[in-house]
Design a protein around this ligand. Structure first.
Ligand code: CUA
Length: 190
């Protein structure tokens, strides 16, 4: 039976059903096209707009002077009461390898790397960033509970990648502030 003769034998109900079905198929295709347009716009928009702020640093001179010299690493209390933690990730360790922060305080991590890309991930939080040579990564976070968080490097950085990790220790705010009175830079490295 050809299509034409079969169409002749369709009941009005069947014709209506076919029309509705075609309409919904068209709607489905339109929705898919809308998704494609949205995804394309988001991708192109992000690729063409520079990030809101980018901080660069000379990776070859990181340890020689400036913000990321070893004596300046660790946690520091800022005049506004927030805490800045400066850290460096390099093949295959973080410095400091144990970072200490208080509870209920805005914490700003500032970190960079002199060699290759490393991961900066704090387990149990949504902190998950990359350390890229030539750039300063800044991550803001707040901890409600005291406790230890592991910080495994989550970007493959070479043969020692598996063994590259640090720790973030969250302690009671009052204890932290007491410690900070005697030392300008705090770590929990024993
Ligand atoms: Cu550093 Cu993987």
């Amino acid at each position: 039976m050809s299509e034409e003769t079969s169409a002749l034998h369709e009941s009005p109900g069947e014709r209506l059903a076919a029309r509705v079905e075609r309409r919904w198929a068209a709607v489905a295709v339109l929705i898919l096209l809308l998704f494609v347009v949205v995804a394309a716009f988001a991708g192109i928009h992000q690729a063409t707009m520079p990030q809101a702020r980018v901080e660069t640093i000379n990776p070859t001179r990181l340890h020689l002077g400036g913000e990321f010299v070893e004596t300046n690493l660790g946690s520091a209390v800022e005049p506004d009461g927030s805490v800045t933690v400066r850290a460096v990730g390099q093949q295959y360790s973080f410095t400091p390898e144990c970072m200490i922060v208080p509870t209920d305080t805005p914490i700003n991590f500032r970190a960079s790397t002199p060699d290759v890309i490393h991961g900066f991930l704090i387990q149990g939080t949504n902190v998950n960033a990359m350390l890229v040579p030539g750039y300063v990564s800044t991550i803001s976070v707040r901890f409600d509970e005291p406790g230890d968080h592991l910080m495994p490097c989550q970007e493959f950085c070479g043969v020692g990648h598996e063994g590259m990790w640090a720790k973030v220790r969250v302690i009671d705010k009052a204890d932290f502030m007491n410690m900070a009175e005697t030392k300008p830079r705090l770590t929990c490295v024993e």
